[in-house]
Design a protein around this ligand. Sequence first.
Ligand code: 13P
Ligand code: SF4
Length: 302
Amino acid sequence: MKKLVKEIESLKKEKDAVILAHYYVPDEIQEIADYIGDSYYLSELATKVPQNTIVFCGVSFMGESAKILNPQKTVLLPEPTADCPMAHMAEAEHIRKLREETEDLAVVCYINSSAKLKAVSDVCVTSSNALKIVAALPNKNILFIPDEHLGRYIASLLPEKNFIFNPGYCHVHASIQKENLIQLMWEKKAAKVLVHPECPMEIIELGDYVGSTSGIIEYATNSNAKEFILCTETGVTHELLRRNPNKIFHSVEVKQICPDMKKITLEKVHHTLKTGENEVLIHEDLRQQTYKPLERMLELAK
Ligand code: 13P
Ligand code: SF4
């Protein structure tokens, strides 16, 4: 393992590469990453890093977004089959039809989406900037794709807008059961409940804090509380414990795990760096269509 890490380090220098990782990837990947963060942080950072090659340790929409924003860079995915199922849970045709039928409509696309869906959208959002961006849109009607739960949460905070939802969901966050959360809250009375907005509303309503993975980590780090219940993927525990070794973090379910994020291994990072295999390639027409909503997100999130 040490040998592999050393080889990754020297390959990084040789290939002028930087490693970006999401908080849900395995601990050993977070440890070798140059930067770890939530989806917004990583997509913005991808536009600023000086290296010519970005190794994106996350699911494919993350690497795809980095490539769309930086066509001149080489973006490598250690495991191209690591894909977010929710990214495909909407129909481009249906969106086009709704756009024709609905006046004063903005199509707001969660960044957890395929390039095909981004291409038919007006603006992208992440969990950390969705509220700010949707609030700033001049449109009365908002079609929020693909995540229904994040859409409903944002809608609950913006009653002046009229939302149309799409039945997409994250299987990891949707698997958290309200009864199990209530039971755990009863057992750990002093614990603060930290919720990712991909959870259903009945879980969100029980949260002391609702926000992105970075937001959850910041909140727990700055809180005086010593114990927390996590309603998100348990990969965040690595950074939470690194920053807060004396605090305790519980998950609600035995398996709050994203199997796709866990497909990233050191061997695969080494392989993609060494061979250049699994490069993200996007047809220029599609890239231009998807660039606009991502660019608009970066602009409106400032
Ligand atoms: P964040 O942007 O909060 O890191 O969320 C990404 C994600 O995939 C959550 O499931
Ligand atoms: Fe997709 Fe859910 Fe995995 Fe995030 S945790 S990448 S939303 S399946």
